[in-house]
Ligand binder design. Structure first.
Ligand code: NAP
Length: 314
């Protein structure tokens, strides 16, 4: 029939192309599984939007996030992994083969490694959606350049807010970090660097309640959570770093998740479904590092290899 989708079959499919997915791909490819990797919407994952990664072993001078992603991919492809720019629109984990639909194709596999990662959490306030791309951003590396000599605010008090805030000082005239408490969650090194930076100021105990602008952002409305005082703070842009939400919508109701939607795995990356493994930020709200995601990806691929070998032997 003319409208039937092309069906692509593999023993192992990996969903996601961040450090977890591509590390899984390297291990699975070296086990001769010819894995297929569906990249999803963000090629090489969130790490690729990081300017410089300074804590991934083997790069004493640091390495660009997108460069590292490309190196992971090249290494996986060298051993026979096939990286496809496609996006799963639905997944059926209820039977084997597992079925994955995209707009153009249907993919089938005996074993699946889920590495779909997480996306930035939104504030959910008036103006946020309207001004996304017009002064509202969730990625300093992607958008910092547009704020050369501008005054901007950063929301959040964790490592991401401080790391990105420090990065944004390369472009912006001033960076004001707005945090809902009077104590930062971020680690000591970033705290010290941010506190001592001449371009960085802090507004404590405050939340952004509205983003205001015409064509683009020109102010944010702030509420002090201790005094309830409402003020307006002029700004050219707002960068939001308040945590992440796991990309697990496709699997809801099919696989065990925690309350926040992270896929539950045991110590060897197995999920509640035999043959389905998860690795990286889709299962990890805690560490969220390139090295930990890569390690989980490798572990998941080793387990998937055992699973497929056992299937074949049965
Ligand atoms: P995070 O540690 O969860 O911090 C989120 C921050 O946003 C917190 O300060 C939180 O405030 C604030 N927040 C949450 N919801 C908010 C809301 N609705 N309104 C206002 N503020 C809100 O997230 P993250 O900074 O993305 O870091 C996640 C993980 O990645 C952490 O484990 C972190 O160590 C790691 N990480 C490490 C590095 C590094 O090592 N260089 C870099 C980036 C991330 P409260 O503090 O009041 O909860």
């Amino acid at each position: 029939m003319a409208n039937e989708k092309e069906v692509v079959q593999r023993d192992l499919i990996i969903l996601g192309s961040g450090p977890a997915g591509l590390s899984a791909a390297i291990y699975a490819a070296r086990a001769n599984l010819n894995p297929l990797i569906l990249t999803g919407m963000s090629l090489h994952g969130q790490a690729a939007t990081t300017d410089t990664i300074e804590n991934y072993p083997g790069f004493p001078e640091g390495v660009g996030g997108s460069e590292l992603g490309m190196l992971f991919q090249t290494q996986a492809e060298r051993f026979g992994a096939e990286v496809i720019m496609d996006y799963a629109t639905s997944v059926d984990l209820s039977q084997k083969p597992i079925k994955i639909e995209s707009y153009a194709k249907e993919y089938q596999c005996e074993s699946l490694i889920i590495t779909t990662g997480a996306d930035p959490r939104k504030l959910g306030i008036p103006g946020e959606k309207e001004f996304t791309g017009k002064g509202v951003s969730y990625c300093g590396t992607c958008d910092g350049w547009f704020f050369k000599d501008k005054d901007i605010v950063v929301v959040g008090g964790g490592d991401s807010a401080l790391e990105e805030g420090l990065f944004l000082t390369r472009f912006a005239n001033s960076v004001t970090i707005i945090h809902r408490r009077d104590e930062l969650r971020a680690g000591a090194i970033l705290r010290k660097r941010a506190m001592e930076h001449p371009k960085i100021k802090f507004i404590w105990d405050s939340v952004v309640t509205e983003i205001i602008g015409n064509e683009a952002v020109n102010a944010v409305k702030l509420k002090n959570v201790k005094t309830d005082e409402v003020t307006t703070h002029d700004t050219d842009g707002i960068f939001i770093f308040i945590g992440h939400i796991p990309n697990s919508e496709l699997f809801k109701g099919q696989i065990e998740m925690d309350q926040a939607g992270y896929i539950v795995t045991n110590g060897v990356m197995e999920t509640s479904i035999p043959g389905v493994f998860a690795a990286g930020e889709i299962t990890d709200p805690h560490f969220r590092q390139v090295i930990t995601s890569a390690g989980m990806g490798a572990a998941a691929a080793i387990q998937a290899t055992h699973y497929l070998e056992n299937l074949e032997a049965a």
